[in-house]
Design a protein around this ligand. Structure first.
Ligand code: ASP
Length: 588
């Protein structure tokens, strides 16, 4: 028998038991006469004890040959420890070893297998299987597992059925590029990997499955950005005979259930905020509601006082940072530098200190009297001791800039506490967004999202004004998921493709299967997908999703461990009909 117990389970109540443990050598402490070894497995760490003169010498000799990460099997008796370690669950006991067997040797690992390791990012990615032995990563994957189990439990309790959809499909336009897979059997033809199972889940609704879910891989060949993975996992869902309200309630239920079961936190009812409001008051469609600093617009009190920059601006808008009137010159300069960074892009920052004595000190004192600034303060609802920070410019741009400043201030003031969770629904997204470069509209969500019935008439006259039955789930400033009520009517879907600039022929070629299906009794339906990796990272209190994925790609989209992407052999290229171009060039 390789083990009777795991390395995490023995306690005082087990004293005197004869046990067998197997695991990896974590540490060896050789004090000459006394030797302690700690043995680790997924469940924990147990200390082994050996004493020269008492423990048979051949066991001592074997132990002296051990190195870190050797795999061993030991037998022995559980004894009470003299100096207990209250930090270890098994810290009251140790094993008095009476037999040991080396099951496998190990090279010296390139970094220490400890909670705080000395290994750099690249090295740890290359030896991911060693990194995964460390507690922080192990705990992340266990958390992920728990989340997936609880998600399944909840959705199953709500009558959702899990159905697998294919990975070799043809492209589903969701705004990103597809990864394509050449077909060997059909020369010159390609499959695409799904960006999401969107069309399939809709077809499952046509097929009458009523409630579908899948924890599913999605693939998007997007440009590299920090913390983006070319393959990622979604909790993907679809429901029939529902309105937006039904979906929001069902998934609000899921969110509350997961927080309760996985984190032991009771979440309040989710706030709802229309997209327009989110943009106006937070400059973002994913506002972080863990803190206030809602935007205050100042055009009526800040313009026409001779300050040209404000007078020329479409919007003058600011936030009130409570208790920050004591900011030093240096701190204010830092903030100005921050908003001027190219990533933020503001030209400058106006500040107004509301001093404790009730007077004001601002960077625009030349143009505004104390009474003027009092008017500002009233608009902000500011109190003595506060600091008002104001930006101006083109409305859309300046809101985005102020969003960055708001988040930065939230960070500086410690208001973005990872242990506080403020989920909300952002609703009423625009259906379309204008693409300046290509001078055409894109679906903001995807082309299957239904316009609000009252806005359908605008589709042909003023498409930019049409709002969608689309919603996002946002938690702490992070978009965790999104979905919509779908179009289930062939003619409306056709019109939508037209607005998006598809010719009838193209629409038929790409989406004929869906439009045809809509002719066979498609029920009203809608759904949502939640980013599972993101959700896991959020629950784990971390910003990066990478360490919640067992084998992720690095920021350059590479798998450092298996070294992928990689070239393939000439034979494979030929077999896949991918050498044709080269051959033609040779002919020339
Ligand atoms: N397929 C969509 C996405 O991946 C989600 C949905 O509309 O259900 O974002």
């Amino acid at each position: 028998m390789l083990r009777t117990h795991t390395c995490g389970e023995l306690r005082l109540t087990d004293v005197n038991k004869d046990v067998v443990l197997s695991g990896w050598v974590q540490t060896i402490r050789d004090k000459g006469k006394l030797i302690w070894v700690t043995l680790r497995d997924r469940y924990g760490i147990t200390q082994l004890f050996l004493e020269e003169g008492r423990t048979p010498q051949e066991i001592i000799d074997t132990v002296r040959k051990l190195g870190r990460e050797y795999v061993v099997k030991v037998s022995g008796k559980v004894i009470e420890r003299e100096s207990k370690n209250p930090k270890m669950p098994t810290g009251d006991i140790e094993i008095d070893v009476n037999a040991i067997e080396i099951l496998n040797e190990s090279k010296i690992p390139p970094f220490t297998i400890e909670d705080e390791t000395d290994g750099g990012e690249e090295l740890r990615m290359k030896y991911r299987y060693l990194d995964l032995r460390r507690n922080p990563l192990k705990n992340n994957l266990l958390l992920r597992h728990k989340l997936s189990m609880e998600t399944r439990k909840y959705l199953d309790s709500q009558n959702f059925v899990e159905v697998e959809t294919p990975y070799l499909i043809k492209s589903t336009p969701e705004g990103a590029r597809d990864f394509v897979v050449p077909s060997r059997i059909h020369p010159g033809e390609f499959y695409a990997l799904p960006q999401s199972p969107q069309t399939f889940k809709q077809l499952l609704m046509v097929a009458g499955y009523d409630r579908y879910y899948q924890i599913v891989k999605c693939f998007r060949d997007e440009d590299l950005r920090a913390d983006r993975q070319p393959e990622f996992t979604q909790i993907d869902c679809e429901m029939s005979f529902v309105e937006q309200e039904d979906i929001l309630n069902t998934f609000e239920g899921l969110v509350k259930y997961l927080f309760k079961e996985v984190k032991g936190i009771e979440i309040e009812d989710l706030q709802r905020m229309p997209y327009d409001e989110a943009m106006k008051y937070y400059g973002s469609d994913k506002p972080d509601l863990r803190f206030g600093m809602k935007f205050t617009e100042l055009n009526d009190v800040a313009q026409n006082k001779g300050f040209k920059i404000f007078d020329d601006a479409e919007l003058v808008v600011g936030i009130n940072a409570e208790g920050c009137a004591n900011y030093t010159r240096k701190q204010l300069d830092k903030l100005t530098e921050f908003v001027r960074r190219p990533q933020v892009g503001a030209k400058g920052l106006v500040y107004v200190k509301y001093n404790e004595d009730g007077t004001f000190k601002s960077s625009v004192d030349k143009f505004f009297t104390q009474e003027d600034l009092k008017q500002w303060a009233d608009k902000f609802g500011a109190k003595p001791g506060d600091l008002m920070l104001v930006l101006s410019g083109e409305a859309e741009k300046v809101r985005k800039q102020l969003n960055e400043l708001r988040l930065e201030m939230g960070e500086r003031l410690g208001l973005r506490n990872p242990d506080v969770f403020k989920p909300l629904w952002v609703t009423d997204f625009p259906l379309l967004e204008w693409d300046e470069e290509n001078e055409r509209y894109h679906a903001m969500h995807h082309p299957f999202t239904s316009p609000k019935p009252e806005d359908i008439a605008l589709l042909e006259t003023d498409p930019g004004k049409v709002r969608a039955n689309a919603y996002d789930l946002v938690i702490n400033g992070v978009e965790i998921g999104g979905g919509s009520i779908r179009i289930h009517n062939r003619d409306l879907q056709k019109l939508m493709f037209k607005v998006l600039g598809f010719s009838d022929e193209d629409a038929q070629k790409q989406f004929g299967f869906l439009m045809n299906a809509f002719e066979y009794g498609a029920p009203p339906h809608g759904g949502i997908a939640l980013g599972f990796d993101r959700l896991a990272a959020l629950f784990g209190g971390q910003d990066s999703i990478r360490d919640f994925i067992a084998f992720p790609k690095n920021n350059a989209g590479r798998d450092m461990m298996i070294d992928s992407p990689s070239t393939i052999s000439e034979e494979q290229l030929e077999e896949l009909h991918l050498k044709i171009v080269e051959d033609k060039q040779e002919e020339k």
